[in-house]
Design a binder for this molecule. Structure first.
Ligand code: ZN
Length: 264
């Protein structure tokens, strides 16, 4: 699943391809908007909020926002008129065409058109955006600690606390701060350091396609523990453990080194 930095890059791509351009063709291949046609409208901008994308369009009937979310498999690509899309047609969910570029959303998990003034309804619940201009570290800490008994790994993934962290970053953050992801978040001694580290990790990765938290981009060396099943800790050599973490139905896999991240 794309994390906040990948969603941020997607917003940049859509911004470069569409901002300020007039739509000559639109196609919404989702049942609730199948008959909508926004051609003639102008794309104002695309911004990311955590893992959500908001594409603001001044449509002929008034200002609307296209809210999309990549979820597990989704992507947005931008093509020149002569380029092939390179993916089967049945994966297409949205087409936003202009004379010079066509943006195509594939396998998007959320596609909804809302009135511009209703954006708060879809992103208002989010905690401070780790890559947002309005990042607020004190508010992020307050939200993170709201339920002190909650396992750290779960609290970090909850987008109402911090917006933008996915399973890779939560795993690597726990490693770098030395906490077992099952530790109650209230037992973290320096939560401010934790949220600052989260922001700096996303910020350092926002311009590159592969997440690297170790400073070593070689294959198999770029992450401390995430995805390193049956391997040894890069720091101490202890076999890495893993488990599903989270509420029933929403659990995600977590990895940790039992020596570098002892139970507390
Ligand atoms: Zn270790």
């Amino acid at each position: 699943m794309p994390e906040g930095d990948a969603v941020w890059r997607t917003a940049q791509r859509l911004q470069r391809g569409l901002a300020g351009r007039q739509l000559t063709r639109t196609d919404f291949r989702v049942p609730q908007h199948a008959t909508v046609d926004l051609s003639g409208g102008t794309v104002i901008e695309t911004v990311s909020r955590g893992k959500h994308l908001l594409t603001r369009i001044d449509a002929p009937d008034g200002p609307v926002t296209l809210h999309t979310h990549l979820k597990m498999e989704g992507s947005w690509r931008v093509f020149r008129p002569s380029e092939r899309w390179g993916k089967p047609d049945h994966l297409v969910r949205v087409v936003l065409g202009t004379t010079e570029r066509t943006a195509v959303g594939f396998q998007l998990g959320v596609v909804e058109l809302i009135a511009r003034e209703r954006e708060h309804d879809v992103v208002g619940h989010l905690g401070p955006d780790l890559l947002g201009a309005d990042w607020d570290e004190a508010e992020a800490v307050r939200r993170l600690l709201a339920d002190p008994a909650r396992p750290l790994g779960e609290a970090l993934l909850d987008q109402r606390n911090l917006a933008g962290i996915g399973t890779i970053y939560r795993t690597e953050l726990c490693f770098l701060t030395g906490y077992d992801p099952r530790t109650p978040v209230g037992a973290v001694t320096d939560p401010l350091r934790m949220v600052r580290l989260a922001r700096s990790m996303l910020d350092q990765n926002r311009q590159q396609p592969q997440i690297c938290t170790t400073g070593d981009k070689r294959r198999g060396r770029s992450l401390w523990v995430y995805g390193r099943l049956h391997e040894r800790c890069l720091r101490c050599g202890t076999p890495i453990q893993h488990a599903e973490l989270g509420e029933e139905g929403r659990a995600r896999v977590a990895y940790w080194c039992p020596r570098c991240q002892p139970p507390r």
